[in-house]
Write a protein that binds this ligand. Structure first.
Ligand code: UGA
Length: 459
């Protein structure tokens, strides 16, 4: 099929590159000229494992065409997929301006009947507003909501191996066309070695096996427009609540002698609960959970509904970094002033250069109130983090440089190279011996065997 993707962010470029690799002709449009120039050269404007190779291949094959011109992109396409960002307004509600801008540009260049797919994350009701805008056109437009569930760091893996394809809208014909389009990705995934892309999928344990055993048609959920929109937002709110639940129980473990990992493993083995997204640690961040839970609360509030669970999940999350600082202060008898601290990781999670709402950054910012000798290191996110932390911290050149002469080392983002440190070498390089595992990913025994002191969350 001929497809237009609007918005070259994580969702747009991943979807575009995979649709192109699956044999479709894909135009990727963005108003950002710099971004389009990069994509034309096969370079993603951000770090996402595997995307660079995929972009290069599909651009060179002429299957993915990056352009700033809606005219060029729209001329041949039967389907246009809106993947633009939906940032938060100052009051927490969702800012839909980029979507409306995209629709206005599409209206200016529509030459035939089309299916418009809304993939950007929106609150229920946005699709109807978009439908209304297209009523001005003399062409027949069918709108389908097809929310995105990929996670950063495993974007390609998640798209190749989706749990479900949700399609919402009034037209069964349009929904079937969208299902047909994404079936091409399912066919591609059956020819692809998925283990190439699973390095940062912490989410699904036996995902490859499980999903590909189920025929794609059985993974499709065809529902109403409003339901599809709400599925996306409430899925994120539910996942965020699971993590906050684990983080609150971790505090209980800290005072009861129980171990949060054992407790969550114990409850997660109950299939009704499941063991994903129950890892306690520094709390959730990124561009989705914080924004989407806030947007959901604002949306519900405007309609007279109080979502107490989501509110509590946000409160627990906002307190988690403070809780970690309190624990660290306790180790040093309340005084962090004189010590030198190394922080491992700045990205909101491993596998990405994204630092939006990164709890690692919040941790550094809060630590700076009690300590001015902080060194940081991240394999991908340093340049983005510099925009926020500026010269308030020292940027280490490499891992050894970070660890050298520190009294305290904190694991803030669980990049594999940080999790699998050579702790004997760490012991030699550090000035003192305190390791704080804010992600609960280090192996306590290896650390203690090396003569270092281990502290974690809820264990
Ligand atoms: C999230 C959802 O997982 C995707 O399904 C969704 O498509 C995406 O938002 C979106 O709306 O676009 P993402 O924000 O990229 O994806 O990353 P996650 O893997 O969900 O992690 C979110 C945060 O939760 C990270 O800070 C991570 O470290 C934290 N987390 C995750 C935990 O603290 N504990 C866990 O057990 C799992």
């Amino acid at each position: 099929m001929n497809v237009t993707i609007i918005g070259c962010g994580f969702v747009g470029l991943t979807t575009g590159a995979l649709l192109a690799a699956a044999g479709n002709k894909v135009y990727c449009v963005d108003v950002d000229k710099k971004r389009i120039e990069m994509v034309k050269q096969g370079k993603p404007p951000f770090y996402e494992p595997g995307l660079k190779q995929l972009l290069k291949k599909t651009v060179q094959a002429g299957k993915l065409i990056a352009t700033t011109s809606y005219k060029e992109a729209m001329a041949e396409s039967e389907i246009a997929i809106i993947c633009v960002g939906t940032p938060a307004n100052p009051d927490g509600s969702v800012n839909l301006e980029y979507i409306f801008q995209a629709v206005r540009s599409m209206l200016d260049h529509l030459t035939n009947n089309m299916i418009i797919v809304l993939k950007s994350t929106v609150q229920a009701g946005t699709g109807r507003e978009v439908e209304k805008m297209f009523k001005k056109s003399r062409h027949k437009i069918d709108l389908v909501s097809c929310p995105e569930f990929l996670a950063e760091g495993s974007a390609i893996f998640d798209t190749l191996n989706m749990d479900r394809l949700v399609v919402g809208g009034d037209s069964a014909t349009a929904k079937n066309k969208v299902i047909e389009l994404f079936t091409s990705i399912d066919k591609l995934s059956r020819k692809t070695d998925l283990t190439k892309y699973d390095k940062y999928t912490t989410v699904y344990e036996n995902a490859v096996k499980n999903n590909l055993q189920i025929p794609f048609s059985e993974r499709v959920l065809s529902i109403s427009l409003e339901s599809a929109e709400l599925v996306k937002i409430t899925a994120n709110a539910f996942l965020a609540s699971k993590i906050s639940f684990a983080n609150s129980i971790a505090r209980l473990c800290d005072v009861s002698g129980a171990n949060i990992e054992e407790v969550m493993e114990g409850i997660g083995r109950d299939r009704r609960i499941g063991n994903s997204f129950l890892k306690a640690g520094i709390g959730w961040g990124g561009s989705c959970f914080p924004k989407d839970t806030e947007g959901l609360l604002a949306y519900a509030n405007n309609r007279g509904i109080e979502l107490e669970i989501v509110k509590a999940a946000r409160k627990i999350n906002a307190d988690q970094v403070k809780y970690i600082i309190t624990k660290i202060k306790d180790i040093f008898n309340g005084n962090l002033k004189e010590i030198s601290i190394g922080v491992l990781g700045l990205a909101f999670k491993p596998g990405t250069s994204d630092v939006r709402y990164s709890p690692a950054i919040s941790l550094v910012q809060l630590l700076l109130k009690s300590n001015k000798k902080i060194k940081v290191f991240d394999p991908q996110a340093t340049s983005d983090a510099r925009q926020i932390l500026a010269d308030k911290v020292t940027y280490a050149n490499d891992l050894n440089d970070l660890i050298k002469d520190t009294h305290l080392l904190i694991l803030a983002t669980e990049w594999p190279e940080f999790v699998n440190l050579d702790f004997d070498l760490v012991k030699k390089l550090m000035k003192k011996n305190v390791l704080f595992d804010a992600r609960n990913k280090w192996d306590r025994n290896s650390i203690e065997d090396a003569g270092l002191k281990y502290f974690g969350i809820g264990k």
